[in-house]
Design a protein around this ligand. Structure first.
Ligand code: SAH
Length: 348
């Protein structure tokens, strides 16, 4: 069955008109599905239309299966998709508003050595409506609707590699930023990638100008290859070429994410190498303490190591911050809660 949320308003309008219904009904249906409603919820649509739609389409492709809130109010969601697959999302509450982290694939092909997302392999891409559906489901769960949006920011940093699902991700971005959609500003959307140069350029050319983060995690190709299999395919220098292109075209400053992992990439010497590597570029570095994934065996660093790394970069003139970790007690790292949840389901 087709998913209504995969359509934009123009496509939905063609559908509604082809069913012999007046055009204005399309907007009503669109507002209804963006509010998280299904055919049985109260609305001002004729029952006959709802019945036909319900027989042929899925209204809500993403359903909240499980919710877990940490002490700091970060909430992890396990979503069930209409085909039974599970994905996860995280809602973070900051002083300036709510940010939702969404998944773009079921599982991940990249298999990074520190990440839980690839542990069970890759299953499939999410459709644009399934990415949007995560926003719709959480917005509704916290009391919002289409006209009352309670999530201000979106980060594409959940399970999956967004640029490995390029077309659906772009369609999602177009829909969520559109006037008839949630009208979310591009400055409130961030996409994090392991780094696929031609897709970074393609994203620049689309003209959406969202914030782009690169998961760098190493000061040289050799180290990167040890922890990120994708580094065997693309050199850092080629990634930086693509990032500089993105900056030129979009005028948005690139963020480099750097997870600090014990004995791998977190010495003061590594910090020196990193500063040298990015000299001449205007990237901002965001340091992240490794959230240990037991199956992966890598160890996190202590505060002194983190501080020394930060100080070194800062003293060498690098623009750098330490990312505040949220929701540790709800398995905050990528893919961790989904794996935990799937294991427990198997044990049932
Ligand atoms: N595939 C994309 C987006 C998903 S990962 C990417 O590679 O960027 C989102 C961010 O979480 C990335 O920076 C990723 O490296 C980081 N991450 C993954 N596992 C982590 C862990 N165990 N601890 C801390 N950060 C992690």
């Amino acid at each position: 069955m087709k998913v209504l949320l995969d359509m934009n308003l123009a496509e939905l309008t063609s559908l509604i008109e082809s069913m012999g219904q007046p055009k204005f009904r399309a907007k009503q249906v669109y507002d209804m599905i963006l509010s998280g409603k299904d055919a049985h919820d109260k609305c001002n649509l004729p029952k006959s239309l709802l019945n036909v739609l319900e027989a042929n389409f899925i209204f809500q492709p993403v359903v909240i299966e499980h919710t877990h809130t940490a002490k700091d109010k970060t909430t992890k969601y396990i979503f069930r998709l209409h085909d039974g697959n599970l994905i996860e999302g995280v809602l973070m509450k900051y002083k300036y508003g709510n940010t939702l982290c969404v998944s773009t694939q079921v599982g991940c092909k990249m298999n990074c050595a520190f990440c839980a997302s690839g542990l069970n392999g890759w299953v499939r891409n999410l459709s644009s409506g399934e990415i949007l559906g995560q926003y719709v489901a959480v917005n509704k769960a916290i009391g919002g609707s289409k006209s009352n949006r309670l999530i201000d920011k979106i980060v594409l940093m959940g399970t999956g590699e967004p640029l490995d699902n390029f077309d659906n991700v772009v369609e999602f971005l177009r829909n969520i930023t559109s006037d008839e959609g949630f009208n979310l500003g591009v400055r409130n959307i961030s996409l994090s990638t392991c780094g696929i140069p031609d897709k970074i350029r393609a994203l620049a050319d689309i003209g959406l100008n969202i914030t782009l983060s690169l998961s760098l995690h190493a000061p040289d190709d050799e180290t990167r290859k040890k922890i990120m299999p994708i580094a065997k395919k693309y050199k850092i220098v080629d990634l930086f070429d693509a990032l500089d292109y993105y900056e030129r075209v979009t005028s948005r400053r690139i963020i480099l994410e750097y997870i600090l992992i014990k004995d791998i990439n977190s010495s003061v010497k590594d910090a020196e190498k990193l500063a040298k590597l990015i000299k001449g570029h205007s990237y901002h570095v965001n340091l992240i303490r490794l959230n240990e994934v037991p199956e992966r065996g890598l160890k996190t660093i202590d505060s002194a190591t983190e501080h020394a790394f930060y100080e070194k970069l800062s003293n060498l003139g690098v623009s750098v911050t330490i990312r505040r970790t949220t929701g540790d007690d709800v398995s905050g790292a990528c893919g961790q809660l989904r794996n935990y949840y799937m294991k427990n389901e198997e044990d049932k």
